[in-house]
Design a protein around this ligand. Structure first.
Ligand code: NAG
Ligand code: NAG
Ligand code: NAG
Ligand code: NAG
Ligand code: NAG
Ligand code: NAG
Ligand code: NAG
Ligand code: NAG
Ligand code: NAG
Ligand code: NAG
Ligand code: NAG
Length: 708
């Protein structure tokens, strides 16, 4: 048991150690620079990097043609393939540079004989190399030279040549290789061996005194610049010049090569195959965004585009990805990170949310407010419309339309509110038992009196419009004219002509020191009031009972002309106890005693009330007095008692007591007495009253002006 446990512990420790070693190895591997050669193989030879598939030694290269020698000569190492020295090898371009010696044939200046004759051939047959046909030129240099080249293809040979001539050194130009002293010609593709030979009879024996040598070589065009000194000296002799070779994994195209996975050279992931442009074969290349050696397993590594400061596509906000990169604007900024420096500060989410919320709530509030206002208006309109309908507004409008010349207006609530300064207290000109009267100034400066009733009887509502029509048609100089009404309110408002000098009650019982009111004036007021009531009773159609005749309802204009007011629709009909009480309160002292029993208002009720008004005119006393014994509180009963006891004189107003028209006063008193008959049958009609008063006034006038 104990042994087993030890075993397990040991195992764990060993696993841990192995794991740590593995970690260390991985660390080392990732830390060291990536190798382009096979593991354990020399990466470089001298200054030249030798990447796989090339290799130093047979076990380090892909196959025979790629095996180089790293030869030490004079202390420096140089890579060789056969006798060809390599200058550089590139994987991505599929090219290599070698050193190529210049072939030359020189004449001795003194003897005129050939003293130097050397051709340096290159034979790369059965190697993966071809001379680059685009970068190399066969070049000859000399003043009397004809050099030829034999180029060997896999199956063919090509011959090419170049002839150079020149008269003297002066005709040569540095850098120009165009036939004078220097000539170059292109070579075909697929060549991998060549050698140079000079045409013997075309030698520099004629020109040796200034141009001793003829040169010829295959050379990288861009690496050779013609100089006149090459012609005049032997400087080019045996010079090593670069020659470009195209290499490839030979003899199969990519398509063919991919078929055999074991021999396919592009072993790295993220690599791709490219067919060779010079001879049969293919090259491997790392895919876009990767770099390294596609011929080695995992040789293609991701390029960290963001790491290099110079090539960083989006400095500051670059993020490397496998095979590419992404540019992200830093937090709190946005814009176009792939374009230089176009990451701009952006509104943070919180600010956005805050703005969004406040904007939407403001919008919501406005919308709500609008809806509220519209609804409110609509409701107001509806209410107005409701009242208007209720009070027979439609009928009224129709009637007004029918009756041409009827000066009756239907006012809006706003109009009346404006005219009375919103029913300001200062505009109140009277309080009645059933409403308040305001003075109002209309837009056309017309002064009117606006009566605002307190309540209106439910049953009267429907009749209201009709009654308005009737009242509107009343046209009598002693009746206050109804100008219009306003129906779109809970209780309709009536608009009357404005009568400026108050009422009869104020004239007789006013608190201000009383101005003398003559009997003539009193009689005239009585006549005018009586005529007005008579007109209402008989001439108006249908006849109208005033129902509340009293001195305060007889208004006086500038010339003390009487105008009867406050009748008709504005007063509630006494239908039940409550309203009865209201009515009694308002008209105490004027009330028809028979009405108390029957609750029925008739023309004669007005006559009785008018009788009390006559008493007020005669006595200057209030219809009801709160002083004295109970039976003497009512003016009418006081009067009737006085008449029985022949005590009229005492009761008369001091202002008219001593009037010489005492007979007329007595006649008026007698008339008043009949009006105040307890029984209705005993009272005269209003017409009779008006006629009698008119007769008495005529008498008074006749006496005044001395005419019979
Ligand atoms: C190459 O490898 C083979 C076996 O794989 C071996 O026999 C030979 O010695 C090696 N050659 C060199 C130069 O390392
Ligand atoms: C070795 O180097 C010396 C001087 O550096 C030079 O003279 C000699 O020719 C060189 N030998 C070879 C074989 O390159
Ligand atoms: C390598 O060098 C040796 C001696 O310098 C030579 O014999 C051999 O042919 C060379 N091999 C190649 C592949 O160049
Ligand atoms: C390999 O890829 C690089 C970059 O994509 C390109 O420059 C190069 O020409 C390619 N090589 C070949 C042989 O297609
Ligand atoms: C130069 O050498 C070649 C062989 O290398 C020979 O064929 C030719 O005749 C020689 N020319 C002279 C002028 O010596
Ligand atoms: C090049 O070398 C091969 C052997 O490697 C030989 O067969 C061929 O003839 C040579 N070509 C020339 C032009 O010398
Ligand atoms: C060409 O350049 C060389 C030096 O590079 C110089 O000696 C020679 O005089 C130049 N020739 C002309 C014609 O300028
Ligand atoms: C050089 O050319 C001349 C003819 O131009 C000829 O006579 C002479 O033999 C040639 N020299 C050699 C070494 O071939
Ligand atoms: C290419 O194939 C030819 C025959 O088709 C063969 O002679 C040659 O050696 C091959 N070259 C390489 C590098 O495999
Ligand atoms: C694939 O390549 C290997 C190695 O070059 C070779 O041994 C094998 O025969 C090839 N297979 C085919 C089907 O060509
Ligand atoms: C990016 O900015 C740098 C320096 O600010 C400038 O040199 C470079 O040209 C710009 N590149 C582009 C694509 O605008």
């Amino acid at each position: 048991m104990e042994r087993n446990e030890n075993c397990v512990t040991d195992g764990i420790v060993i696993l841990w150690v192995l794991f740590l070693i593995q970690l260390l190895v991985m660390q080392l591997a990732s830390a060291s620079a990536p190798s382009n050669a096979l593991p354990g193989c020399q990466q470089r030879c001298g200054d030249v990097e030798v990447p796989y598939p090339f290799g130093i030694g047979p076990n380090c290269s892909m196959k025979a043609g790629f095996t180089l020698n790293c030869t030490s000569s004079n202390g420096t190492h140089k890579p060789f393939l056969n006798d060809v020295e390599f200058k550089s090898i590139s994987l991505s371009s599929g090219q290599a540079r070698i050193f190529n010696r210049v072939s030359a044939q020189c004449h001795d200046a003194a003897s005129g004989t050939v003293t130097y004759n050397k051709s340096w051939p290159i034979n790369l047959t059965a190697s993966p190399f071809r001379f680059s046909s685009t970068l190399n030129k066969f070049t000859t240099v000399g003043c009397h030279t004809a050099a030829f080249v034999t180029l060997s293809h896999k199956t063919h040979k090509y011959w090419s040549g170049c002839v150079t001539l020149c008269e003297d050194v002066g005709s040569l130009t540095n850098g120009s290789c165009s036939g004078t002293g220097c000539c170059e010609s292109a070579i075909p593709k697929g060549i991998n061996s060549y050698y140079v030979w000079f045409l013997d009879n075309f030698n520099s024996s004629d020109t040796y005194w200034f141009s001793p040598c003829s040169y010829a070589m295959l050379v990288e065009e861009g690496a050779f610049e013609f100089s006149t000194s090459y012609v005049t000296t032997g400087a080019l002799r045996d010079r090593k010049l670069p020659l470009v070779l195209d290499w490839a994994v030979r003899n199969k195209t990519c398509r063919q090569a991919r078929r055999n996975r074991t021999s396919y050279a592009c072993v790295s992931d993220n690599s791709e195959c490219v067919d060779s442009g010079n001879g049969p074969g293919y090259l491997c290349n790392c895919s876009k965004g990767y770099q390294g050696n596609p011929y080695l397993p995992h040789g293609c590594r991701d390029i960290d585009e963001c790491a290099n400061k110079d090539t960083n596509p989006c400095p500051g906000h670059c993020k490397n990805t496998q095979g590419g990169f992404t540019c992200h604007c830093p937090k709190g900024r946005n814009g176009y990170p792939y374009i230089n420096g176009t990451c701009n500060p952006i509104l943070t989410l919180r600010v956005k949310v805050a703005i969004g919320i406040s904007a939407s709530s403001v919008t919501l509030m406005i919308i709500t407010l609008c809806i509220y206002i519209i609804r409110g208006r609509k409701r107001l309109m509806d209410v107005k419309e409701k009242y208007f309908q209720q009070y027979g507004g439609r009928l009224l409008l129709a009637e007004i339309g029918k009756k041409q010349g009827l000066a009756f207006m239907i006012f809006t609530k706003e109009e009346l509110e404006e005219s009375t300064n919103n029913f300001d207290r200062s505009n109140v000109i009277g309080h009645g038992g059933n409403g308040t009267v305001y003075k109002g100034v209309l837009k056309d400066d017309h002064v009117v009196a606006i009566k605002r009733a307190k309540i209106i009887d439910e049953k009267q509502k429907e009749e209201f419009g009709k009654e308005m029509i009737i009242l509107a048609q009343i046209n009598h100089k002693n009746v206050v004219k109804l100008l219009g009404c306003c129906l779109e309110v809970e209780v309709p408002m009536l608009v009357y002509e404005f009568v400026p000098k108050g009422n009869l009650f104020q004239l007789l019982h006013g608190k201000s020191p009383r101005v003398g009111v003559t009997f003539e004036t009193r009689l005239r007021i009585a006549v005018e009031s009586a005529e007005a009531l008579a007109y209402l009773h008989s001439s108006a159609s249908p006849p109208i009972i005033h129902g509340d005749v009293k001195s305060s309802n007889i208004l006086l204009d500038d010339r003390h002309m009487a105008k009867v007011a406050d009748f008709g629709a504005s007063r509630p009909a006494p239908m039940n106890e409550v309203q009865y009480v209201t009515l009694v309160q308002g008209t105490l002292g004027y009330l028809d005693p028979e009405y108390m029993q029957t609750y029925e208002l008739t023309h004669k009720s007005d006559v009785y009330s008018f009788g009390v008004v006559l008493l007020e005119l005669l006595t200057g006393k209030n219809a009801v007095s709160l002083e004295g014994p109970e039976e003497a509180r009512s003016l009418s009963s006081k009067f009737l008692v006085a008449m029985q006891e022949n005590g009229l004189y005492e009761l008369l107003d001091d202002q008219i007591k001593d009037d010489e028209e005492i007979e007329l006063i007595k006649a008026v008193a007698a008339l008043a007495r009949t009006c105040l008959s307890i029984k209705r049958e005993g009272r005269p009609s209003m017409k009779d009253v008006a006629e009698e008063l008119g007769r008495l006034r005529n008498l008074a006038e006749a006496k005044l002006f001395g005419t019979p």
